[in-house]
Design a protein around this ligand. Structure first.
Ligand SMILES: [Zn+2]
Length: 300
């Protein structure tokens, strides 16, 4: 759409033909002056792009300052007793927010494996993407977003809850050089969803595809309900899902909560007891109900 508009605006240069009409006294060519009106549209759109880029830069700066301030403030707000894997048990049954097998690229419940230990709300966050048999997350030459296996993969609600917030105005971040991150993204999360699961447990899923979010604030969602598609919006080097559980709605000033998963498969082992996952593991949800019904189908 944007490309079509840009091409249409190039027609403004046909206005030059009107000047020729004046120079050579050809009256019918005066109509070409009307194409200059497109230059007004061009000017308006350029002005809008510049102002949104300035306000985006302020948002980016403000969010980063707030994250810096959160380092001493969040422990203070929690009386220096932040939740950890020993003292915290989730109040809900959480599953992974996707279908099929994904790799934990980032994250764990210890300082060594943590996604971002000092950023308290992201302390127990995870990044996930899909890999092939060779451990690669992309096919072809990795230059296009569609080369990545998880791009546009369904994103699921990790547990029952109420949608508290969605943000869906960000384009995908283009793929840069290997490992390079677009630090100019106005919101590091890009398009995201926050779901409240109980009084002090909120999940936040980020880097979603623009226009793919199929829930709105106030909606009740069920565990494993499709809520969006994986994209590459926000501060990200390649398509992936960022998933975290936090104690409040605020992305910056909440405490991160460790999740012990039940009914998932981690590196080929089904976890019937609550277990923590960490960077390097391949994980998937166990399709208990589907498996049971297919077993019944097999028997009948
Ligand atoms: Zn992340």
């Amino acid at each position: 759409m944007k490309r079509k508009l840009r091409n249409l605006l190039k027609l403004q240069w046909l206005g030059i033909i009107g000047i020729f009409g004046d120079l050579f006294h050809i009256a019918n060519l005066d109509w070409f002056y009307l194409f200059w009106l497109l230059s007004l549209v061009d000017f308006f759109l350029s002005f809008r792009a510049i102002s949104s880029s300035i306000s985006g830069s302020f948002q980016f700066l403000f969010q980063n300052l707030a994250m810096l301030m959160s380092i001493p403030i969040v422990p203070l707000l929690h009386g220096f007793r932040l939740p950890n894997k020993e003292n915290y048990t989730p109040q809900c049954h959480y599953l992974l927010p996707f279908e099929g097998e994904w790799l934990v690229v980032n994250g764990g419940v210890d300082k060594e494996t943590s996604h971002s230990w000092n950023m308290c709300s992201q302390r127990y966050a995870y990044d996930f993407f899909i890999t092939d048999g060779k451990g690669k997350s992309y096919s072809a030459n990795r230059k296009e977003l569609t080369d990545y296996y998880c791009y546009k993969a369904p994103v699921l609600a990790p547990a029952d809850g109420i949608v508290m917030k969605i943000a869906e105005k960000y384009d995908d971040t283009p793929i840069g050089e290997v490992g390079e991150v677009d630090c100019a993204a106005p919101d590091v999360r890009g398009n995201h969803i926050i779901i409240q699961h109980n009084k002090h447990e909120y999940s936040m899923i980020a880097h979603l595809l623009e226009g793919s979010i199929c829930v709105k604030p106030g909606d009740n969602v069920k565990r494993e309900e499709k809520i969006a598609l994986c994209g590459n919006s926000g501060n990200t080097s390649e398509p992936h899902i960022h998933f975290q559980l936090q104690s409040g709605k605020s992305f910056v000033f909440s405490a991160g909560l460790p999740i012990s998963f039940v009914d998932i498969e981690c590196d080929g082992v089904i976890t019937e007891q609550p277990c923590f996952i960490a960077e390097g593991s391949s994980v998937r949800n166990v399709q208990k109900e589907k498996d049971q019904s297919s077993n019944q189908d097999d028997r009948s």
